[in-house]
Design a protein around this ligand. Structure first.
Ligand SMILES: C[S@@+](CC[C@H](N)C(=O)[O-])C[C@H]1O[C@@H](n2cnc3c(N)ncnc32)[C@H](O)[C@@H]1O
Length: 471
């Protein structure tokens, strides 16, 4: 649980938030501040704020969600504008002031029907209460921004002269990432990826086949006021095109009839394709989004050993399993890169899922905070950990069994390059090219037989998966 308002602290002097009139804008600034200062993700924070019913009306709740995600997605462009107009050092500006400016500017640039004077006034009021004395800066900077943008007086970086800066500012991604994607994918793909990352992602749910079928759940949700369609990719998915309320608060969610899960993530379970009665190892199970899918595909029969490093995630998996009526998952807290009990597990499993910890760069639509948080120097440590976990898990597969290695990133060193290295060191393993494996979704298979999705090509999150077998 999160206390709803943080009091002013010595690092963020100012008055308690309790004095601030609660509005979608003040809450958005509060959430953005917490994302910056605590490293939290937007989704659970928003869930907690919405669950506490601080905002009663559906439009206000929708506005809060749009403001938080929109400001995070467009932060690169917003910060660039603020830096053009701010006389001091942007990096020394108080984080709270930055978020007041960003949210106001986001509304002005990207949201309709909010008059400029109203959003400037509200930003100034917020600054006055939280950072007395700084309201003059907020007022002057926002009025200047409104004037310059309206008069088309801001000149953005030129694509011909500085392509990286141009894409980074116009499509709001960090320059290091634009540089990487330009070198891997070229200009057009880099641009289309960045643009797709700034879109609102579809809301997909996975129907728990142990408790409901797709058409019945569709009817129930429609009856509750949602606009629902069946997806043409995942046979377990429903797409919610008009979520008037928060889906997780519905009784069907609480009773475990479905779980929110992107379609690409659902297709990973289909790729593992476990059968009832088999022995499955899920070495990076997290909170069990994919583990519970595997259990449903096995009709709750057989055995799944679910491993993760973090006890809190395993506890969440336990809660999710019982909500979904699943009883064939056994959990184990362990470091999958150094897992012990090798002799007990060696050659034991029919199928293994290695859903490796990764940079998450395929999920920037849903988790835009990642692009501002991730440092390029962290990337090699992901590849090292992925390699260690895959090497360790490989020993536990029996001959003839299948191993799926998956990530939600689109960087080659976490995906195909890593698999190439693994295969060159493990003669006993062979890749099953999905093009040769009668995989049901040929459009999601690349020229090397790997599973690959991306927001700009398939409309799903960016996932990668390789299917391997032990001979
Ligand atoms: C991509 S997430 C897995 C998501 C999960 N499979 C799902 O569908 O919900 C990667 C997981 O690896 C876990 N992890 C990170 N390092 C680990 C390690 N050394 N050993 C085991 N699990 C680890 C993280 O806690 C995280 O839950």
């Amino acid at each position: 649980m999160f206390p709803i308002f943080s009091a002013g602290t010595s690092s963020q002097p100012g008055r308690c938030w309790a004095e601030v009139k609660i509005s979608p804008r003040s809450l958005a600034v509060e959430i953005l501040d917490r994302i910056d200062t605590t490293g939290a993700f937007a989704e659970p924070l928003l869930d907690a704020f919405l669950r506490d019913h601080l905002l009663d009306s559906a439009p206000d709740r929708h506005l809060l969600t749009s403001l938080v995600y929109g400001t995070l997605r467009m932060r690169g462009r917003l910060d660039w504008i603020i830096q053009q107009l701010y006389q001091g050092r942007f990096s020394s500006m108080q984080g709270g002031i930055r978020n007041i400016l960003r949210t106001a500017l986001y509304q002005f640039l990207f949201m309709e029907r909010i008059p400029a004077f109203a959003l400037v006034d509200e930003a100034v009021e917020l600054a006055k209460l939280r950072y007395p004395g700084r309201e003059k800066l907020v007022n002057a900077l926002l009025r200047n921004a409104v004037r310059k943008v309206s008069a088309n007086e801001l000149s953005y970086p030129d694509f011909q002269k500085t392509p990286v800066e141009h894409i980074a500012v116009m499509h709001s991604h960090p320059p290091w990432l634009v540089r990487r994607w330009l070198s891997v994918y070229g200009t057009e793909r880099c641009r289309s990826l960045c643009m797709a990352n700034n879109q609102v992602p579809p809301v997909a749910i996975r129907v728990n086949s142990l408790k409901a079928d797709r058409s019945t759940l569709k009817e129930i949700l429609e009856h509750e006021g949602f606009t629902v369609s069946e997806s043409s990719f995942s046979p377990d998915a429903l797409l919610i095109t008009d979520p008037p309320r928060h889906l997780r608060l519905t009784s069907t969610s609480r009773e475990g009839l479905f779980i929110l899960q992107d379609e690409a993530s659902q297709l990973i379970g289909r790729l593992v394709a476990p059968a009832a009665g088999e022995a499955i190892l899920d070495v990076c199970c997290g909170t069990g989004v994919k583990t519970t899918h595997l259990a449903s595909l096995m009709s709750n029969q057989g055995r799944i050993l679910a491993v993760d490093l973090y006890p809190a995630k395993l506890e969440a998996l336990n809660r999710l399993s019982s909500r979904m009526g699943i009883s064939n998952i056994e959990i184990r807290q362990a470091d999958a890169s150094t897992m012990e009990d090798e002799t007990a597990f060696r050659n034991m499993f029919d199928r293994i899922l290695v859903d490796a910890p990764c940079s998450g760069l395929g999920t920037l639509r849903r988790n835009p905070e990642i692009k501002w948080r991730l440092q390029p120097r962290a990337l090699p440590s992901y590849s090292r950990l992925q390699e260690q976990i895959l090497n360790r898990a490989a020993a536990f597969l029996h001959r003839g069994g299948c191993l799926v290695y998956s990530t939600c990133t689109i960087l080659p060193e976490e995906n195909e390059l890593l698999i190439g290295k693994f295969l060159s060191r493990h003669d006993e393993f062979r890749q099953i090219r999905l093009s040769d494996a009668s995989f049901a979704y040929p459009t999601l298979v690349d020229e090397n037989g790997f599973f690959r999705t991306a927001p700009d090509t398939s409309g799903m999150d960016g996932f990668f998966a390789a299917l391997l077998t032990k001979e």
